[in-house]
Every structure is written in structure tokens, then in C-alpha cells.
Design a protein around this ligand. Structure first.
Ligand SMILES: NC(=O)c1ccc[n+]([C@@H]2O[C@H](COP(=O)([O-])OP(=O)(O)OC[C@H]3O[C@@H](n4cnc5c(N)ncnc54)[C@H](O)[C@@H]3O)[C@@H](O)[C@H]2O)c1
Length: 398
């Protein structure tokens, strides 16, 4: 077990949250994952568009009522002017609010953790990149899956050259939960709240399925392989009649350097729960990782028997080993993946507070990764609108 010693720091940071009222999906998961590290305490929030709901959530979480705010702008301004201001904010609202909320806190000089997809447009994404750089703040985008130890191991294998030059990537993210129009008729007849905003362009953005889960595929492939997209061709489809945004999407990709890839994401694949899976094939070897069995990484050297690498084993690279929390055989999952990313983010903030350099292993998805995701979504939509024509998929920012 390689529990990070810095974990022992007790709540030397404080944070606020926008979104994440009781009954919502990801905000409560963020809070639980953050608490696993003992580094940061929740002290402020604007958890809902309805103030009564914010007050209720604040009460449940034991917050000082003075620091539960009617809206995120008031929260950013008041927190920004406090001596004991929050160190960072976690943004767990539907997609249309990511940009204005992140901008409001950056302008107050407050570091940000924001959910994906970063923004609706490249203009907004570029503005957040600029604001983050100019203010020298930290900005993490919650691409959860990069927080798994065996994803770190996959990346380490690619970087070490164990696969040789990469030729082919096949990645997919099928779900089945939007097979029926539950945004209109969910269980009990009412609209499923999570489905409601995800299928409405006013709250979700220019894409449904690609923006919601296809963006995880793009980020995971880039994180593990380092491959940069050169061009892509996409077909975004609406399978459920009356739905306004894509719920199934195919993509072909050409990467810089000559490798090629295919991505499939779907929310109408009956029987699929959260089937994120990536396979990478190089000249010397191949690897495969599946989110539904995340403690295992399949690695194959050309001409040799397949190796099943397991989380917690002594042979893991330092990049993976530092994220292992409990010994091999005791499963870790989604909460730990979030907690691992939060720990790296908080380690960087603590190092900055103490005036020392950050550990190089403390990497997390940044605002630039978020902007790359927005470029990917935009390119996919454009290609699909042009009858799946190949479009420039490159991401110029460095
Ligand atoms: N990284 C991941 O694995 C992952 C998983 C699920 C969701 N997400 C992302 O998290 C975000 C939230 O998704 P969710 O499924 O939790 O949605 P949700 O509908 O369950 O929760 C949204 C929350 O935002 C609140 N909210 C809405 N408008 C607000 C406002 N003006 N001010 C304050 N709060 C407001 C709602 O009251 C609710 O508490 C989305 O951007 C989604 O893409 C990421």
C-alpha cells in the first residue's frame, strides 16, 4: 500500500461548491471523494437555483448559514472579499453554467475545479484558459477516469515504450439509460432531472451524448496515449424520436504521426451501464482497460502470453502506485478515482501555500484539457452536420 503521506494533512484548505444540492448526482460524490483525503473542508455553497434548497443542503452539511448564498455571483463576490475566503470552488452544475460560474470565481482569484464539458464554445473555453493563465491560478476539469491507478499504469506503459509506436486505438463509452425518452416520461411519469437537462441544448450545449460521455473518451485516449488528433469524421445520431440532441455517435480519427482510431459513444445501448473501454495497439504490444473492471489492466507483448496487471501489485510504476489506497484484491472505484485527482489538485495548492514546488507526479486534467474537449465536441458536431466529412481536429493550444 502506498498511501500518500501528504494525506495526513488535516483540512488545511477550505472550499465552496456551486450546484450539488441534495438529490443531485455528482456534487455529493465530489463531497464524499474530497472528504476521503482530509485535505479540504466544505465551508460555503450555492447548491441550487432555488435558495430554499441551498439553505436546506447547507443545513444538512452543517454549514454556517452566512456562507450559503442565494446565487453563484453573490457567492463569488462575498467569498472573494473575506479574509478566510475559500481556497477553491467545485462547480457541479449543468453544462450551461460552467463558463459563467468558473469566470466569476477566477475573477475573484479563486482556484477552480469544474465539471466537464468545460464550456459550450471554443470562445468561452479560450477565455477560461486565458483567465487561468493570467491569474496563475489552478484549474482542474473533472475528467474522472484519469484518476484510476490502472489508467496511470496504462499511460506509464505507453510512455516507457512498452507498446512501441502506436498504430490503432479503439475506444467506446456505451450506456443504455436514455433508451426511452425519460427526459419526458421517467419513472412515475415525471421527467428524470438528469435526463431533462442533458437532452436540452439550452442546458447541455451543442451535443448530447458526445458532450456528456464522448468527451471522456477523447480525454482518456489523449491522457493514456498522448496522441493528438489531426482530423476526424463523425456521425451523430438521434435514435429516440423527438429528442433534440444526439444519443449515439460514431467517429473515425487520424492522429498526428499516422495512428488511427475509432470512438463509439451511446446512451441507447440497452444492457450497457457505464461501459467505458479503451484498447491501444502498438508495433510491439497492446493494452486494454475497462471502467467496469477498473482494478485490472490487460497488457500483451507481441508473441508472449497476455499479462493481467492488478492494482496494488508491487510491480506497478510510481505513477500508478502513488494512487493505490488499499491492498490488491480490495476493489477501488469511482470515489477513489475522484479522490485521487482531488488529492493531486490539493497537493499543488498546499505546496503553493507553503512556498515549495509541487511534486511532478501531481498531475490532473487542466483547463487546457477542458478546452481540448470542447474543440473535440465542436469538431464532431461540424463533421456530422457536413455528412460526416473529415474536418481538422487539431488542437493548437499548448
Ligand atoms: N465527471 C463525471 O464523471 C461526471 C458524472 C456526472 C455528471 N458530470 C457533470 O456534472 C455536472 C452536473 O451533473 P449532475 O448529473 O450532477 O446534474 P444534476 O442535475 O444531478 O445536478 C445539478 C445541480 O446543479 C444545481 N443547479 C442548477 N442551476 C444552478 C444554479 N444556477 N446555481 C446553483 N446550483 C444550480 C441543481 O440544483 C443540482 O443540484 C454536469 O456538467 C455533468 O456533465 C460529470
Amino acid at each position: 500500500m502506498t498511501e500518500d503521506k501528504k494525506n495526513d494533512q488535516r483540512e488545511c484548505l477550505s472550499y465552496g461548491m456551486v450546484g450539488g444540492s441534495s438529490g443531485s448526482f455528482i456534487g455529493p460524490i465530489h463531497r464524499t471523494a474530497m472528504a476521503m483525503n482530509n485535505q479540504a473542508r466544505l465551508v460555503a455553497g450555492s447548491f441550487s437555483q432555488a435558495f430554499e434548497r441551498t439553505l436546506e443542503t447547507g443545513r444538512e452539511l452543517g454549514l454556517d448559514p452566512e456562507r450559503t448564498y442565494p446565487d453563484f455571483l453573490t457567492m463569488a463576490e462575498r467569498e472573494g472579499s473575506r479574509i478566510d475566503r475559500i481556497d477553491f470552488v467545485v462547480i457541479a452544475v449543468p453544462n450551461h453554467l460552467h463558463f459563467p460560474v468558473a469566470k466569476a470565481f477566477l475573477q475573484q482569484g479563486i482556484d477552480v475545479i469544474c465539471e466537464k464539458p468545460l464550456t459550450f464554445s471554443m470562445e468561452e473555453a479560450n477565455e477560461l484558459v486565458r483567465l487561468t493563465r493570467e491569474s496563475h491560478l489552478q484549474f482542474m476539469v473533472a475528467y474522472t477516469y484519469t484518476g484510476y491507478p490502472m489508467v496511470r499504469e496504462a499511460r506509464s506503459l505507453v510512455t516507457s515504450g512498452a507498446l512501441g509506436s502506436i498504430r490503432v486505438v479503439a475506444a467506446e463509452y456505451p450506456q443504455g439509460w436514455l433508451t426511452d425518452p425519460i427526459e419526458r416520461n421517467g419513472v412515475g411519469g415525471g421527467a428524470n432531472p438528469q435526463a431533462f437537462w442533458r437532452t436540452d441544448p439550452r442546458y447541455s450545449g451543442i451535443s448530447g451524448c458526445v458532450g456528456d460521455i464522448g468527451t471522456h473518451v477523447e480525454n482518456l485516449v489523449h491522457f493514456i496515449t498522448g496522441l493528438e488528433i489531426d482530423k476526424l469524421a463523425a456521425r451523430l445520431e438521434i435514435m429516440v424520436p423527438g429528442r433534440l440532441l444526439d444519443d449515439n455517435a460514431y467517429m473515425m480519427l487520424r492522429y498526428k504521426g499516422g495512428a488511427s482510431g475509432s470512438y463509439w459513444s451511446s446512451q441507447v445501448a440497452i444492457g450497457e451501464e457505464n461501459g467505458l473501454r479503451i484498447r491501444v495497439y502498438g508495433e510491439k504490444g497492446a493494452l486494454s482497460w475497462s471502467h467496469e473492471n477498473p482494478n485490472i489492466l490487460r497488457f500483451q507483448k507481441k508473441g508472449e502470453p497476455v499479462q493481467i496487471l492488478t492494482r496494488g501489485s508491487g510491480y506497478l510504476s510510481p505513477e500508478a502506485a502513488r494512487f493505490v489506497r488499499v491492498p490488491a484484491g480490495h476493489p477501488e472505484g469511482y470515489f477513489e478515482a475522484f479522490a485521487n485527482l482531488f488529492r493531486s489538485f490539493c497537493n499543488v495548492l498546499i505546496a503553493r501555500k507553503e512556498g515549495r514546488p509541487s511534486d511532478l507526479l501531481d498531475t490532473f486534467p487542466t483547463v487546457e484539457d477542458g478546452a481540448r474537449g470542447v474543440k473535440f465536441i465542436t469538431d464532431a458536431v461540424q463533421s456530422s452536420q457536413r455528412d460526416s466529412a473529415w474536418v481538422d481536429g487539431s488542437f493548437p493550444m499548448k
